[in-house]
Design a protein around this ligand. Structure first.
Ligand SMILES: Cc1cc2nc3c(=O)[nH]c(=O)nc-3n(C[C@H](O)[C@H](O)[C@H](O)COP(=O)(O)OP(=O)(O)OC[C@H]3O[C@@H](n4cnc5c(N)ncnc54)[C@H](O)[C@@H]3O)c2cc1C
Length: 467
């Protein structure tokens, strides 16, 4: 199976590089190799009734498959260089913004046209934040919503399926450098597996776009091919859930406000992340570790009365311990050990130094949208992080009174793992010519828009070489 370009991973990075390559050069033979399933077969068994928590499937339907980790996400495409990755450091600020706008055009063309674009420009909230020691970061955000995001992905797949060879349920295990390109080999399926046999592909060029779920594998590739890497950070915290009305001044105007607070005690930066107005809190499984996240929907019928968002603190380790992800995993494991999965606690209980119990949660005014175990988050998160989060809740209470109410729910832990940063040049090419690493797997991006833009960028670079 010889190709011009091999693309490993069918998340936004892989999809947009395939899309752009097919558009720029119709003669190219392209393979997209994906560990997970086709979009319509990506079904998580958790139904909230019979199966309430993660059963550790062989391939996580939430994180893997066509659409990648973003397939069931809220579909918020932020057009900004202020957060979501450091792509602009490689390709320049203007190019990065142009490519994110281009990705937005494509998303609109494939089904997202009726969705709303929000902007922080001229927002009154910016001043209110400043007056209360908070900083609102600048961005425009296209909110596709989980349902429209799914439709857009389905339409893009229909566009690509006859132009590109897709191989699903095919996890690549090794990459070998040859004189004229790269040879990649898939994992041997377990005996009795319904999936096909081991496969070998060869390509002139190879784009690796394996996202967060492929982080461990990416590390092994870098070590085998002597590609230098740098350790990256980990973000740790909780997901806050409260009545949507409390936060509506922010969410109605901005949909998602990225707000940063510098704590008085430790001068740490705590930030809001992934706001889901009228959304739901969900659990997610990364390599067997259950953490918390959030979704929201465009469809009025699926909206809830609550808004959720994460409060995160970044941690970066260097010497003698430098595995920031391992630190995050250990804390998530501790929470899984105490709660059997995600833990939920009322803010009032946290402040009074007691664990939450089901009765107090049931009596509260906020109805939880995730069935989590009532517990005590202060036994899980280190004091420094917990203090920062509590300080931030009181700071937010000044711009949105009610955030610090006793019944506000905190779910833990939320962890944002970042891949180690792979050494890349300005073409996102490794020290090996023709081997590119894009998207979240490179450590350069950590968002839908940046990952997608990195795919378009590399595709243009490769197509230029053929023309
Ligand atoms: C619940 C959730 C909500 C989110 N919401 C948002 C949001 O609203 N806005 C936003 O900007 N970002 C959001 N994100 C983050 C966003 O999804 C990612 O930044 C984005 O998907 C990264 O794209 P990617 O292509 O780099 O990687 P991914 O989307 O992770 O895709 C990588 C793909 O590679 C495959 N793969 C991995 N290893 C191998 C291998 N060895 N062989 C073959 N295939 C492999 C995986 O199965 C996966 O499908 C969210 C993430 C989650 C989990």
């Amino acid at each position: 199976m010889r190709y011009d370009v091999l693309i490993i991973g069918a998340g936004p990075g892989g999809i947009f590089s395939a899309y752009e390559l097919t558009k720029l050069d119709k003669t190219l033979k392209i393979a997209v190799i994906e560990a997970g399933n086709v979009l319509e077969k990506r079904i998580c068994p958790i139904d909230g009734r019979n199966i309430k928590s993660c059963v550790n499937c062989e391939t996580c339907a939430i994180m893997r498959g066509f659409g990648g980790a973003g397939a069931f996400s809220d579909g918020k495409y932020n057009i900004t260089n202020d957060f979501g990755g450091t792509l602009h450091e490689y390709i320049g600020r203007n190019t990065a913004i142009e490519l994110m706008e281009y990705v937005d055009e494509i998303n609109c063309r494939f089904g997202g046209a009726g969705t709303k674009m929000y902007s922080t420009a001229k927002s009154a909230m910016k001043k209110k934040c400043m007056q209360n020691k908070l900083k609102l970061l600048d961005a425009r955000v296209r909110h596709l919503g989980t349902d429209i995001n799914y439709i857009v992905l389905g339409n893009i797949y229909d566009e690509l399926k006859d132009k590109v060879d897709f191989y699903f349920n095919t996890a690549i295990q090794s990459i070998e450098k040859m004189e004229d390109g790269y040879r990649v080999r898939s994992e041997k399926p377990e005996s009795g597996s319904e999936h096909a046999e081991e496969k070998v592909f060869e390509g002139d060029k190879c784009i690796i776009s394996v996202g967060r779920s492929g982080s461990k594998w990416m590390e092994s590739v870098c070590s085998e091919l002597d590609i230098p890497t740098k350790s990256n950070r980990v973000d740790l915290g909780v997901r806050v859930e409260l009545p949507a009305v409390i936060f509506e001044d922010i969410t109605d105007e901005l949909y998602e406000g990225k707000i940063v607070y510098r704590t008085e005690k430790f001068e740490d930066r705590v930030r809001t992340f992934c706001m889901n107005p009228n959304g739901i809190v969900v659990s997610e499984n990364t390599n067997g570790i259950v953490t918390v996240n959030g979704h929201s929907f465009e469809d009025e019928n699926r909206k809830t009365e609550n808004t959720n968002f994460a409060l995160l603190v970044a941690k970066h380790f260097s010497e003698p311990f430098k595995d920031s992800n391992e630190y995050g995993e250990s804390i998530a494991r501790l929470s899984n050990m105490l709660g059997g999965g995600v833990i939920v606690q009322r803010f009032g209980d946290l402040e009074r130094g007691r664990r939450s119990v089901q009765k107090r949660i049931d009596e509260g005014t906020v109805r939880p949208t995730l069935n989590a175990t009532p517990g005590d988050l202060s036994l899980v998160l280190p004091k420094r992080l917990m203090d920062g989060i509590i300080e931030m809740i009181y700071a937010l209470d000044k711009i949105a009174p009610g955030v610090a109410n006793d019944d506000t729910l905190l779910y833990g832990v939320e962890v944002k793992f970042y891949n180690m940063e792979v050494q890349l040049d300005n073409n996102l090419e490794t020290i090996h010519k023709g081997l590119y690493v894009i998207g979240d797997g490179s450590g350069v991006t950590h968002s839908l828009s940046h990952a997608s833009a990195s795919g378009v960028y590399v595709a243009r670079h490769i197509a230029g070489k053929y023309r």
